[in-house]
Design a protein around this ligand. Structure first.
Ligand SMILES: NC(=O)c1ccc[n+]([C@@H]2O[C@H](COP(=O)([O-])OP(=O)(O)OC[C@H]3O[C@@H](n4cnc5c(N)ncnc54)[C@H](OP(=O)(O)O)[C@@H]3O)[C@@H](O)[C@H]2O)c1
Length: 266
């Protein structure tokens, strides 16, 4: 297997590090290239053993997958590097937000199968949630799904679902961080120092996440399990349920989805 990454930044490195650490792909089967920051690419060669090349013909030769991992605004430059050497068998995997399959095929290779993937920043700790959308001619989808399982959980959607994924789990970590920020501020209001408020909130979130990773019960079940009649949790939840929390979240996701749609318009 030969997987080539055009772009060796945050997202690309999270993905190839996950693949190597999980043993899904051997470091010697991974090739990376960047635009101008050759030092960063060479550091990955030294730390992980991946190949680094700036010879586009060599990079594209016999590649099974080419991962398009530059910023969307650099896609045209990347397409120009790839187009002259792209082989029909090579599948193009795009991490770039907002660039449609049709445009990737138009600019890089009309005959090539394409998948768009939308990981999130938790890919850096191999705990991403990935949306995947395939072009109609993409065969052996399971192979890509398995490769992507090395850095997260996958949900396959139609291309029209990518804006929803971008909002739900691409932007999702930022929405949750915002909620945790407010939680910590409220703890300060209760009288905790800023440092303790941050520490308590952070560990509350980590512990709750760990519980979720180990217990399959529904969120509702987990909540009711720890809510005793006339207890403190019930009192807090009674107040919380007076606010339209779900409506707030729905509107937040709607705005993010609409922005994603707008950014995808050419
Ligand atoms: N961060 C996220 O949470 C997230 C989530 C989902 C999707 N994405 C998508 O992931 C993509 C990359 O984001 P990032 O945060 O990893 O960006 P980044 O850290 O800035 O990395 C971009 C990489 O692309 C390289 N590059 C630029 N032009 C190139 C060219 N012509 N040929 C080859 N390589 C080129 C850059 O090389 P130099 O360093 O040499 O300039 C750099 O290695 C974006 O399209 C973004 O939409 C990000």
């Amino acid at each position: 297997m030969k997987i080539v990454f055009f772009g060796a930044g945050n997202m690309a490195s999270a993905i190839f590090t996950g693949m190597i650490e999980k043993g899904t792909v051997k470091a010697e089967d991974i090739y990376i290239t960047s635009k101008s920051n050759r030092v960063a690419a060479m550091e990955f060669k030294e730390s992980l053993g991946v190949n680094v090349s700036y010879d586009d013909a060599e990079l594209c030769k016999d590649a099974d997958y080419i991962v398009l991992a530059s910023k969307p605004q650099n896609f045209t430059d990347v397409a120009e590097r790839i187009r002259p050497y792209l082989e029909k068998k090579t599948k193009l995997i795009s991490v770039m937000a907002g660039i449609h399959i049709a445009r990737i095929q138009e600019e890089a290779g009309m005959e090539n199968a394409v998948a768009r993937i939308m990981p999130n920043t938790n890919a850096m700790v191999q705990y991403s949630v990935n949306g995947i959308a395939f072009s109609d001619d993409f065969d052996n989808k399971d192979e890509l799904i398995e490769l992507m399982a090395s850095f997260g959980k996958n949900v396959v959607v139609g291309e029209e679902g990518m804006d929803n994924i971008t909002a739900a789990t691409g932007s999702g970590p930022a929405f949750l961080y915002y909620i945790y920020e407010q939680y910590a501020k409220s703890l300060e209001e209760l009288g905790f120092s800023k440092e303790d408020a941050e520490k308590l909130t952070r560990n509350l979130v980590i512990g709750t996440g760990k519980t979720l990773s180990e217990r399959p019960e529904s969120f509702e079940q987990l909540r009711t399990d720890i809510t005793s009649k006339a207890g403190t949790t019930e009192a807090g939840l009674d107040t919380l349920s007076e606010f339209k929390l779900q409506e707030m979240i729905s509107k937040t996701l709607g705005s993010a989805r609409d922005r994603s749609k707008k950014l995808s318009e050419r």
